[in-house]
Design a protein. Structure first.
Length: 66
């Protein structure tokens, strides 16, 4: 997932804060050329979700059937 704008906005921080946090290792990220990416499993861990947990949805939850 791109560091900015997706991850920065999700964390409620500005662009400069997002890049600085990535440079300091506060946000787990991969720097590929000019692109900064954040692996989704690492982002979920940062947000407090366990990496091995799975989200299960049953019919009718979070979906609409026309």
């Amino acid at each position: 997932m791109p560091l900015w704008p997706d991850v920065g906005r999700l964390l409620g921080i500005g662009r400069n804060q997002a890049y600085e946090a990535a440079r300091q290792g506060e946000i787990p990220s991969l720097h590929l050329g000019r692109t900064w990416l954040v692996p989704v499993p690492k982002l979920l861990e940062l947000l407090g979700y366990r990496a091995d947990s799975q989200v299960k949805r049953t019919a009718g939850e979070g979906s609409s059937v026309a």
